[in-house]
Ligand binder design. Structure first.
Ligand code: PMP
Length: 674
């Protein structure tokens, strides 16, 4: 029994399942499937009442009848507005706390149910579950939430997916409804499928049911699968596949950003420009017309503090290459967390990651880590200066916020004149350092992003070799997106030094400068450069990088990014052609990083309108389509729909002349992907 609050389990059941009609009343070893669910609930701790919530459709009379014959509470409500059915049921049973589950889960574990109930109580969360993220087998899912949260959802939810999926509104609005998640102590079980969705699932359930008594522990089922692993072949499948298919073309209501705006005003009091990163701030996202603060991410999606969900094409400015909360990477980080984070000496993991990078990246013979891209590009430039004894650097694009890099931009305030003089921007059509007023003997390094013409890269390679200039590839973006060995592997051009970061740790801060041993040895004291940092060997980042690279190799992630990007580009091109927008919209870049630019006198207004309209249509993007492994077919559908609606809005704004009234964002991103 619970203390004070009345806790009511509401289990939803209906005969009209599209994939497996009548499944909840199907006989499973002598009793209907729903009785398995009820037995698990009756064996759980902390529940005051158990109710089956079914619809008022005549087809569901059989469920009501069964309940009345077997002493089970039954409530009947709307078939389609399941949120209303739950709300009315919770009201009738005077529930303070609701435990929600579905009756197609015969192997629910009473101890897991009890823990979720207890977790909610102990954390005082508005919502507790074991599915966000899922770490237990599919079929053990339970959710527990307050009546107050259910009441808000019932009052405010207008999207069809919110009415159909009872807790969707609460989960989307995490900023309002603090959440707690119960993790399975055993790794990898989220891939197990013990639910009854399809006929194939039934074969699996039957085999398991034959081998156990009703109301079971998941450990018993694991015992069975340990001796008979082939049972898993009966019902392969992917969790949540159907849900995301369902929402990929759902009509979205107009989005508002009231909480983002309020938070922006609050943060502005203590944080210059109210964010830590230029391209994640109001300087790029038009305030009032797009989100400014997120609450959480999940796979390919992010959620803002107003409860709006987006397919994310920013991907945190590219670190997220597998998706948010990737179970393998997060699992590796958690395991490392149990051993400690930062230590007083080096760890073996450093050598392990360095060896991995040397195996994958053509120019890598030795490796030093950093935390940011700026750490390692700056180390590379210093190494080049030390190695050559020269001072000047030729800079291709954006390589971080250090003095030598920002010197070539107009955002160079605070950098002494003498320092600025040592950096020059590489001009378009560059053919010789003499053309920019330097002698080859003055130039320590040329640093570029290797994302252009491979012919040019080969020419530059020879040019640098002949003149003793160190060639640095900044692969902070291209590395781990073009290829695990970077653009240098893809194009077959090997630099002297290269810098990696961003995608390396799927969001954990970690970067690396790699290169020829002779050059990298210039980091070796005494008498060489100083490159050292308290956090450079921090182990969570290294654990994340090892797990990220491992998964990218195992699951052909690079191949996925290329093929998804190729399909996406074809879709965007078709829309641009249909709308005759070629003169104002330009796509460029390789498939994993397709960039969209706007041209003409209104280009900045067009970019603002683009960001705003894509957000309204459920896609977060600033300029380049930053893909991850979590972007799959349902997300492609949403992205293409959003492009269609957005480019139509752009066509209309141009044709009607209203584009001139659009307010442009205050600043452009330093580069479209960062
Ligand atoms: N190089 C490139 C090509 C980048 O895009 C960036 C960041 N966007 C950097 C370096 C700097 O990385 P960080 O922001 O991690 O310092």
């Amino acid at each position: 029994m619970s203390q004070g609050n009345k806790v009511v389990a509401i289990a939803q059941a209906r005969m009209g399942s599209t994939r497996f009609p009548g499944k909840v009343m199907t006989d499973l070893e002598g009793i209907p499937v729903l009785q398995w669910t009820v037995n698990a609930l009756w064996d759980s701790h902390g529940l005051d009442d158990v109710v089956i919530a079914t619809s008022t459709l005549p087809a569901d009379d059989i469920i009501a009848h069964y309940c009345s014959m077997h002493g089970i509470n039954c409530f009947r409500g709307s078939e389609t507005d399941v949120l209303d059915r739950f709300y009315q049921c919770a009201k009738e049973y005077k529930a303070d706390i609701i435990l929600r589950l579905t009756c197609d889960c015969p192997f629910l574990d009473p101890s897991v149910i009890s823990e979720v109930i207890r977790l909610r109580e102990m954390t005082n969360a508005e919502y507790a579950t074991n599915t966000d993220p899922p770490t237990y087998p599919d079929g053990l899912d339970v959710e527990c939430f307050t009546f107050a949260a259910l009441e808000c959802a019932h009052k405010e939810a207008i999207r069809s997916s919110d009415r159909d999926c009872v807790t969707r509104f609460i989960v989307r609005n995490r900023h309002r409804f603090p959440a707690a998640n119960l993790r399975c102590p055993l790794p990898g079980l989220e891939k197990e499928r013990w639910v009854l969705d399809t006929k194939d699932d039934f074969s699996f359930c039957l085999e398991i049911a034959k081998r156990i008594g009703t109301s079971t522990s998941y450990l018993e089922i694991l015992d069975i699968l340990a001796t008979e692993p082939e049972l898993r072949q009966l019902n392969p499948g992917i969790r949540n596949e159907r849900f995301y298919e369902g929402i990929s073309d759902e009509q979205l209501p107009t989005r508002t950003f009231t909480r983002s705006q309020r938070l922006y005003e609050r943060a502005s009091q203590t944080i210059p420009f109210a964010a830590q990163t230029f391209s994640k701030s109001h300087l790029v996202f038009p305030p009032g017309r797009s989100p400014l603060f997120v609450s959480h991410g999940d796979g390919a999606y992010v959620y803002d503090v107003d409860g709006n969900d987006y397919v994310d094409l920013v991907s945190a400015l590219l670190p997220v290459v597998l998706g948010y909360r990737d179970p393998d990477v997060d699992g590796a980080v958690r395991r490392q967390l149990d051993s400690g984070i930062s230590f007083s000496l080096a760890t073996e993991m450093e050598a392990q990651l360095a060896e991995t990078l040397c195996r994958l990246i053509p120019c890598a013979e030795k490796v030093k880590f950093g935390k940011s891209g700026t750490d390692v590009t700056t180390a590379a430039v210093r190494l080049a200066r030390a190695y050559t004894g020269r001072d000047h650097v030729l800079v291709g694009g954006y390589h971080g916020w250090a003095d030598w890099s920002m010197s070539v931009t107009d955002r160079n305030l605070g950098i002494p004149e003498d320092v600025r003089k040592l950096s020059r921007r590489i001009p378009d059509g560059f053919s010789s350092v003499n053309d920019i007023g330097l002698l080859p003997s003055q130039v320590a390094a040329i640093i570029i992003e290797p994302n252009g013409d491979p012919e040019y890269l080969r020419w530059l390679r020879d040019y640098c070799t002949e003149r003793g200039i160190v060639l640095i590839f900044d692969e902070i973006i291209t590395g781990f997106r073009y290829d695990l060995g970077g653009a240098q592997k893809l194009f077959g051009v090997t630099p002297d030094l290269a810098c990696f970061g961003k995608s390396m740790g799927n969001g954990m801060p970690i970067s690396a400068v790699v290169g020829r041993a002779e050059l990298m040895s210039k980091c070796e004291p005494p008498g060489n450069i100083f490159y050292s940092g308290t956090f450079f060997g921090e182990t969570l980042g290294i654990a994340a990088a090892l797990a990220t690279i491992d998964k990218m190799e195992r699951d052909d992630v690079i191949e996925h990014l290329w093929s998804f990007g190729t399909r996406l580009r074809a879709h965007i091109n078709t829309i641009v052609t249909q709308l005759g927008l070629h003169d104002v919209v330009r796509l460029s870049g390789e498939a994993p990083l397709i960039k969209i630019d706007f041209l003409g006198e209104h280009k900045e207004k067009l970019r603002s309108l683009f960001i705003e309209q894509m957000a309204q249509n459920g896609v977060l993007i600033i300029g380049s389509n930053n893909l991850s492994f979590a972007h799959k077919d349902p997300q492609l559908k949403r992205i293409v729909t959003a492009y269609g609606a957005t480019l139509i809005a752009i066509r209309v704004a141009i044709d009607s002349g209203s584009i001139s009234q659009v307010e442009a964002s205050a600043g452009l991103p330093i580069r479209a992907s960062a």
